[in-house]
Ligand binder design. Structure first.
Ligand code: SF4
Length: 337
């Protein structure tokens, strides 16, 4: 599959009063054309920093790129000027945020916000842009779009605002949509409608999606591939089928077993992942999951494992995959003290 986006060895840090926080530590991933790639992991694992790095929306300083590249349609976005990025944002790459109120202008009517984007990126006249805005609100199932276009964001419910946000993100037919927790703030029925809507629009426009979420139900429903992040690094990545059916990394396994399933019996307990992720002011030298891993070996503490190829496209960063690992999936020999 042809890739629309390639992130290679990206490192992003923040300079703070207390020192450097290494938020994203050498990650590489690809997004194919028309593909949906989900990035999952606990809060603070680097998902949103990765997304904001693609859009170059991080405040610099304190953020800075330590290394790597973000190749979109063959060009490195990290070499672009702010002016060049303004042409890419909202036009070729769009983003939907968890809270639409932070990205919609509360002082401007919905219609004007959509029309301005069309006039800027698509060079439409005001009349053409207004017609297109009404058509787009109709597409995202906002009732009475001709009337709603004259209203302000506060006159919309949470679900309706998210629909407007999707309309705004899709209006210039982006090639890549980054959806950062797009349904977290919504109730379950509205969430299902919004996800269905995103799928429908993806099919009709043929775009790629990066879906950032901690909701594994949404991931299973929406994505083709999954990237599991932990403490600023990628722990595992593979097809959605591989990750859900044959997870390899102990963190992925624990993450999946912490989610309730419909086929669970009453006696079965949910498994919490005890402990907390490491402090990224002083990132661990070895495996980041060492302190919380029940299968950790001595080697894990000091040495970061390489990615092991589980099958085509399924990679896992765990010492247990090394052919010389003393015990596989057991608590014997070599186990940490
Ligand atoms: Fe656990 Fe070691 Fe694998 Fe890390 S490398 S997940 S500590 S077994």
């Amino acid at each position: 599959m042809e890739n629309i986006l390639e992130i290679n060895n990206l490192q992003v840090s923040f300079r703070t009063f207390f020192g450097e926080v290494e938020a994203v530590r050498d990650i590489s991933l690809k997004v194919g054309k028309k593909e949906t790639v989900a990035i999952v992991g606990e809060s603070g694992c680097g998902k949103s920093v990765t997304a904001s790095s693609i859009m170059q929306l991080l405040p610099m300083p304190p953020a800075f790129f330590k290394g790597g590249e973000i190749i979109f349609e063959g060009e490195n976005l990290l070499g672009k000027t702010e002016k060049e990025m303004q042409d890419i944002r909202g036009n070729k790459i769009s983003m939907i945020f968890q809270d639409p109120m932070t990205s919609l202008n509360p002082t401007m009517k919905i219609g004007k916000q959509i029309v301005e984007s069309l006039m800027k990126h698509e060079k439409m006249t005001g009349k053409e842009a207004k017609e297109k805005a009404i058509e787009m609100l109709n597409l995202v199932s906002v009732p009475q779009p001709k009337k709603r276009i004259e209203q302000y964001p506060f006159e919309f419910s949470g679900g309706m605002r998210q629909r407007v946000m999707i309309a705004l993100a899709m209006i210039c037919n982006p090639k890549l949509l980054i959806a950062d927790e797009p349904t977290t703030a919504l109730d379950v029925t509205v969430q299902a409608q919004i996800l269905e809507l995103m799928k429908r629009i993806q099919d009709s426009l043929g775009m790629s999606i990066i879906l950032i979420t901690h909701d594994l139900g949404v991931v299973a429903d929406m994505s083709d591939r999954v990237v599991v992040m932990y403490a600023g690094q990628i722990a595992e990545q593979g097809t959605t089928n591989d990750i859900f059916k044959t997870p390899n990394h102990p963190y992925t396994i624990k993450l999946l077993s912490s989610v309730p399933r419909l086929d669970m019996n009453r006696e079965e307990l949910l498994h919490a992942i005890h402990g907390t992720p490491p402090d990224l002011y002083i990132p661990p030298k070895g495996c980041s999951f060492y302190d919380r891993c029940s299968e950790a070996m001595v080697v894990c503490k000091e040495h970061l494992p390489e990615f092991a190829k589980i099958n085509d496209g399924h990679l896992s960063r765990c010492w247990l995959n090394h052919p010389m690992a003393v015990s596989k999936r057991s608590t014997e020999g070599g186990k940490k003290e």
